[in-house]
Design a protein around this ligand. Structure first.
Ligand code: PNS
Length: 160
């Protein structure tokens, strides 16, 4: 049974994240989308909210499970039996840091491989950070995030 772990902050989940999870689910028996409960930057949405938003957006895929985690990612992967960390990359600017994290994780857990999946071109410019910025400034992000996330952003950011 090949299990892939897709870790991230998902603050909030975007269509790019959903696309990576959907495509990963075609290649692995099971995909665990792992939400870091306490990311280094204070999140807009707390851990349970991010898990709920992702679970709702991924409910249509039977072999995807959304889980929260804290602590060292490789230890979580070992506990859950994942042998692959799967990361989406949007372009060269993502790759430097991702390769650094992959190398650190490989030094900690050589039996776990990191696999990079190229983002689809239509999502290559989408990041959680930019989505939050645009939404906070009154821009429309409904084409870039799942419907539940667009609603949650409106509820969170709209005055009154
Ligand atoms: O979506 P993000 O913020 O780019 O995800 C970063 C994440 C969660 C993958 C990374 O911060 C992480 O792996 N955190 C868990 C703690 C850990 O194991 N750190 C060492 C990584 S080399």
């Amino acid at each position: 049974m090949a299990i892939a772990l897709c870790p991230g902050s998902f603050d909030p989940p975007t269509n790019g994240h959903i696309d990576i999870a959907e495509r990963a689910a075609r290649h692995f028996d099971r995909v665990l989308v792992a939400v870091v409960a306490n990311p280094s930057k204070r999140p807009l949405f707390d851990g349970p909210e991010r898990v709920r938003l992702l679970s709702e957006a991924l409910a249509h895929i039977a072999n995807v499970e959304v889980v929260a985690f804290d602590g060292l990612l490789v230890e979580f992967a070992r506990r859950r039996g994942a042998t692959v960390m799967l990361k989406g990359v949007r372009g060269a600017s993502d790759l430097g840091y991702e390769v650094q994290m992959a190398s650190m994780n490989a030094s900690l857990a050589p039996e776990i491989d990191t696999v990079f999946m190229a983002a689809r071109p239509e999502w290559s410019f989408v990041s959680s950070t930019l989505v939050k910025e645009v939404a906070a400034l009154g821009g429309t992000v409904s084409a870039l995030v799942p419907p539940g996330v667009a609603r949650a952003l409106r509820d969170r950011l709209e005055p009154g």
